[in-house]
Ligand binder design. Structure first.
Ligand code: PLP
Length: 296
């Protein structure tokens, strides 16, 4: 594994006098202290993040990731972010990192040191793990009730459903629950029985020649950048795509189910709650190749 790279960012445009980009980005050894113990990102999990993939040094869906970062910032009432400088930080981190096939760029923006009113931000570039086994062999998945109704984003927006916040302890706990159940990952469902998302992925189901994913804004889930790219790819293959609420049991009779994300690209679900699902290995391979081949 190559050395990770850290770029510290001043992420907010100063209102009066602009500061040159070079003074707003600082490369620092990734193993040196960079965050203060009173930073609200550390003490409250109060902040947001994005993880962008880069294949052979070219970012994948950087624009949609930065727009989603801005969306999360608005949902958390953070100051308006300067997306241009954050985009520059991403490119700087790539250029500072040794060339690798699969790089991940984690952008973090916290509410900052308590009382400062100024966000803390950085990009951390590190080599992605090889996910070939799961991408090709498929994964076993269990459904877990997230405990919120499907309309939680409307009834209780303060729960920040659908924002990519630093408060991912629940998502991590779901991963440990998956391990306890002897499966690779989970799909969250709403308490009223609708398919939501994985802890770090979007769910896509196939019915005939149509790919379907739950509508993010209605269901309080994260709008996936990989899902959006996959829909474009599927359309170029002559398939139809659409957004609609899916009852949990619809997954059992789907002609294919995938979990997609920037980190793992696409992983076919081979078994759901211990029952084998239908798979089209040829389509799985074509979708994986197309996703891996995209850049910018
Ligand atoms: N849903 C959640 C909760 C996530 O954390 C992620 C990614 O980390 C996704 C969906 C997939 O999003 P993307 O494809 O943009 O990586």
């Amino acid at each position: 594994m190559s050395q990770p790279v850290l770029v510290l960012i001043d992420p907010v445009t100063p209102p009066a006098q602009p500061i040159p980009a070079a003074e707003r980005l600082r490369v620092q050894p990734a193993d040196q202290p960079a965050v203060t113990v009173t930073d609200l990102g550390v003490t409250r999990g109060d902040g947001i993040f994005e993880t962008i993939g880069a294949a052979h040094g070219k970012t994948q869906a950087a624009g949609p990731h930065l727009e989603r970062l801005a969306r999360s910032a608005r949902m958390l009432d953070l100051p308006e972010l300067d997306l241009a400088i954050i985009g520059e930080a991403v490119e700087l981190a790539i250029s500072e990192h040794a060339p690798v096939e699969h790089l991940l760029l984690k952008i973090v923006v916290t509410r900052g040191i308590e009382g400062s009113g100024h966000p803390t931000a950085w990009v951390y570039a590190f080599e992605g793990e090889d996910a070939t086994d799961q991408q090709v062999g498929g994964i076993a998945v269990a459904r877990l009730d997230r405990g919120y109704r499907s309309d939680v984003a409307t009834t209780s927006p303060w729960l920040l459903a659908g924002a990519k916040t630093l408060s991912y302890a629940i998502n991590r706990a779901a991963g440990r629950e998956a391990a306890r159940r002897g499966v690779d990952d989970v799909i969250f469902t709403s308490s009223d029985g609708y398919v939501l998302e994985g802890p770090t992925s979007t769910v896509i189901a196939r019915f005939g020649d149509t790919l379907v994913t739950p509508p993010p804004e209605d269901l309080g889930i994260l709008p996936g950048t990989t899902q959006a790219a996959l829909f474009e790819i599927a359309e170029s293959f002559g398939m139809s795509t659409g957004y609609r609420a899916l009852k949990s049991e619809e997954l059992d009779s789907a002609d294919g189910v995938w979990l997609v994300s920037s980190g793992h690209q696409i992983r076919p679900v081979r078994a759901l709650d211990n029952r084998e699902l239908t798979r089209d290995r040829d389509l799985d391979a074509r979708l994986l190749a197309a996703l891996q081949g995209r850049a910018r």
